[in-house]
Design a protein around this ligand. Structure first.
Ligand code: SF4
Length: 266
């Protein structure tokens, strides 16, 4: 796969300021998705499905058709769009509250059905828009507005690892976890998002990318400290790496090649 080098604003992004907090990872992730849309020439045939959460106004930023879904239902909406219009390129862009909590049912059943949909999942370990409540991905010991003493395994359970979980479904063609805390990781994230597009374009099944991203506002940290927190704290719990890649191959999943240890992969 040869990726075009894009120096200016991707055509799939509108030229306007966004509402995200300074230091938030959403802006970077948006750009990477837009670069993939441009690269594959999908602007005229792509449909995005937005979640409830900080990225609820996806339609304000992407120059493609975009639908807003009810909280957690993005993949149900995306399934309907894709099945009714199989020639469209359909992607969802969802946060951890949306995809891994309220929408967990939709997520695992869409994965199990092997829908040809691309899923970009932003994991920032907290409910961002609604004020910093515990998310399924909140770290053990992490203080949130609903876990003021820190998340406890005894009362709230452990962080849910979506990239590993979804890799276990036969209907998922690609699953990778990346991060956007420095330039090297952003380039890896770019490649992974392109790969998740490949999954749909090859009609191989769901393409899933989990992006570890800083929520500066709810972490109550500077942008720099929040990036370090993602690198040092989040990455220890959520190892980066490819958990499944069977693109261009027969049905058998390829063994995981994680950066921090394949033992964590399914
Ligand atoms: S609240 Fe957090 S996730 Fe939401 S825009 Fe601000 S930094 Fe980003």
């Amino acid at each position: 796969m040869v990726m075009k080098k894009i120096l200016g604003r991707p055509e799939s992004l509108f030229d306007r300021p966004n509402h995200y907090c300074a230091g938030c990872g959403h802006g970077v992730a948006h750009r990477l998705v837009a670069e993939a849309l441009d690269h594959y020439g999908l602007r005229g045939k792509a449909v995005g499905v937005a979640p409830a959460g900080c990225s609820v106004m996806l339609y304000d930023y992407f120059d493609v058709d975009t639908l807003e879904s009810a909280h957690g239902r993005a993949l149900a909406v995306a399934t309907g769009i894709k099945r009714a219009n199989p020639d469209l390129f359909v992607f969802t862009y969802q946060g951890d509250g949306d995809l891994a909590s309220i929408g967990m049912c939709e997520t695992i059943h869409t994965a199990n059905r092997g829908e040809n949909i691309t899923v970009v999942f932003i994991n920032n370990a907290v409910y961002g828009m609604t004020g910093g409540q515990m998310a399924p991905t909140t770290l053990l010991g992490q203080k949130t507005t609903t876990t003021p003493r820190g998340r406890s395994i005894a009362t709230e359970g452990s962080p849910i690892k979506m990239a590993e979980l979804l890799a276990g479904f036969d209907g998922v063609a690609y699953s990778e976890r990346v991060a956007v805390y420095d330039t090297r990781q952003v380039l890896r994230a770019r490649k992974a998002i392109f790969r998740s597009f490949d999954a749909q374009l090859q009609q191989a099944g769901m393409g899933f990318v989990e992006v570890l991203s800083p929520c500066v506002t709810n972490l109550k940290m500077s942008a720099e400290k929040a990036q370090k927190w993602v690198e040092n704290e989040m990455r220890a719990v959520f190892p980066l790496g490819v958990y499944k890649d069977r693109l261009g191959k027969d049905a058998a999943p390829v063994a995981a090649t994680t950066e921090e240890g394949a033992a964590n992969a399914t």
